[in-house]
Design a protein around this ligand. Structure first.
Ligand code: ADP
Length: 208
């Protein structure tokens, strides 16, 4: 939760002089008791303050882990996503490998001419098919890709914690960022990877 200026003032007062009554806080800030109620309610609900009858409000703070979880909940997939690297289903495995090197990615998304997600092809998929005696320039990626509906995806408004949980649960390196259209079609509008998460951690550490 983002604190407003008034809530920060209240927090300072309670931190320094708590336990303290709502009346006393209101009078210090020269505002009415009614005006202070909503601020106290929201600070109590979000875990910064606690109240005891006849004692008043006192500072609880948030533990460090809860604060970190809050940060990852506030940041959305749309804030950290990258441009997707896509290929058509008819493209050859050879072309997919070239794309992998040229674009410097580990996973390519397979889409149709409307950018609708058809499949995913990763490093290991390409390595596996390259080990057989195949003519890679004749083999379409459609033969080796992981196909819809078995693709784990994420939407732009999902938060970073939800995204990271999917990456861990499904043991994949990247998730296509999609916008659902009608008939279960998913338009590919981005990608998020373990690299995006790593970059975010370094960025957050730099905020301090
Ligand atoms: P790597 O091939 O480098 O190990 P991944 O761990 O991401 O990369 O891929 C492992 C397998 O999971 C591959 O067969 C790949 O096609 C598939 N895969 C990759 N991303 C997804 C995803 N988002 N949803 C479903 N399957 C995926």
């Amino acid at each position: 939760m983002e604190l407003n200026a008034r809530q920060k003032e209240i927090l300072e007062i309670v931190k320094n002089d708590g336990p303290i009554s709502a009346e006393e806080i209101a009078s210090r800030l020269s505002i009415s008791k009614a005006a202070i109620r909503p601020h106290l309610a929201s600070l109590t609900l979000s875990g910064f303050l606690a109240a005891r009858p006849r004692v008043g409000y006192y500072y609880v703070g948030k533990d460090r882990n809860a604060l970190i979880a809050d940060i990852f909940r506030e940041i959305k997939v749309k804030d950290i996503k990258s441009v997707p690297v896509v290929i058509r289903e008819e493209s050859s495995v050879y072309d997919a490998i070239v794309t992998l090197f040229l674009e410097d990615v580990g996973t390519i998304y397979v889409v149709d001419d409307q950018a609708i997600l058809q499949g995913v092809i990763s490093r290991k998929d390409l390595l596996k098919v390259s080990m057989g005696n195949n003519d890679l320039s004749k083999m379409p990626v459609g033969v080796v890709m992981t196909r819809m509906p078995n693709i784990v995806t994420v939407e732009p408004e999902e938060n970073v914690l939800e995204m990271a949980s999917k990456i861990i649960e499904y043991e994949v390196d990247s998730l296509p960022v999609v916008r659902p259209l009608k008939d279960d079609a998913l338009e590919v509008i981005g990608r998020v990877t373990k690299t995006n998460l790593t970059r975010l951690i370094v960025e957050i550490a730099g905020w301090g």
